[in-house]
Write a protein that binds this ligand. Sequence first.
Ligand SMILES: [Zn+2]
Length: 460
Amino acid sequence: MSILIKNGKIITASDTYAADIHIEGETIHSIGKNLEVQADHAIDASGKVVLPGGIDPHVHLDMPFMGTFSSDTHETGTLAALHGGTTMVIDFILQTQGKSLYHALETWQGRATGNTFGDYSFHMAVTDFNENTRKEIVEMIEKEGITSFKTFMAYKGALMIDDGQMVDLMQEVKDRGGMVTVHATNGDMIDKLIAKHRSEGRLSPLYHYLSQPEITEEEASGRFVDMAYYTDVPAYIVHLTCEGAMNQVRRATQRNQKVFVETCIQYLLLDASLYEKDFEGAKWVMSPPLRQKKDQETLWAGINQGLVQVVATDHCPFRGEQKLMGRDDFSKIPNGHPAIEHRMELLWSEGVVKQRISPNKYVEVTATNPAKIFGMYPKKGCIAVGSDADLIILDPEEEHTLSSQTHHMNVDYSAYEGWKVVGKCKTVLLRGKVAIHDGKVLIEKGCGKFVKRGKVSKVI
Ligand SMILES: [Zn+2]
């Protein structure tokens, strides 16, 4: 099967130019002006832009959490992602404390294998670092193609590791060529504040926000980057939200340390005033919580300064009835919000159309950098000869409105209900197949493949 995409404007992380793209099988065969090739199928992209398919390196599909499961499965989540131009996701495996990494890997494979529409990979969350775990790290990297290891500095008793385990893990991962990523918030401080607010009868969603003040993230981010400096491990902070944490990273980069930062679309666009809406605020209960307007400006600036390399989602949806578990107590509201489908179009509209970032920067933070940082470049994340033909053909001017009535995520509310967005994904290709066209799904469940990742890339 061959496809010729004609007359589009190609945007990459470095260039913008008009050219045709010829795809043979799963990969890009050639790129050029007025290509004279016979293809099985031609797509006219006049007036549209052609972008690398989005890579969302932070999603939680079908994940057990707080006594329930996130409501998008690998099937519904990757399909919703494709509708919005994200052709690949990296999902998180959670080790159960007291059990092995392989036990967790098999559990996640059981849920994901054969069930995805789009391509996927896994990060391994290490919640119990011991001598057995140490032996498994090398197997994850060398045999399974899982090269990034997530840690939690919060959720004591379930997910959190202490600083001693953190340093040991960092040393092992450094020696094996991997990367350590982190949820950087001070768990002990947060637990203390949650207990205080509950004992005082302050139980509305607003107190979720007030239990995780900026300093809890700033302190943990600083501690994490210092431990990463000490061990010389490549390090990545997930869902960074605020100015204080950003300043810790800025300090670290001055000593030429390899620290990467991800923020998420919601932290760029939404703020903590949403928690003042009584229980409706539960829709945006996530950790870290939404912050203030001044933090949004810091994050946009961080993107433009190259301090923030990735915009992800931390997609972790829960339906209305699941959020109701915390009706009378904010600490029982399942944490997370739905965004896997909207990241690409929201960032185009709010970032590129509103001229906060360039179109090339957009490609960099949504596709190219995630591919480079997580060992998939140039197979993924770029438009180049030989790369996988994961592409979006986007109408940069079409307006539409986001709503739970029309989205494809398995959740009965939208965190962006009524948002008017400029720019729409018209056609999405996954490894040379048209997956979505004008809202219609043209591939089947099981088309998504597990992507084995390489050791930490030296290209960024
Ligand atoms: Zn997460």
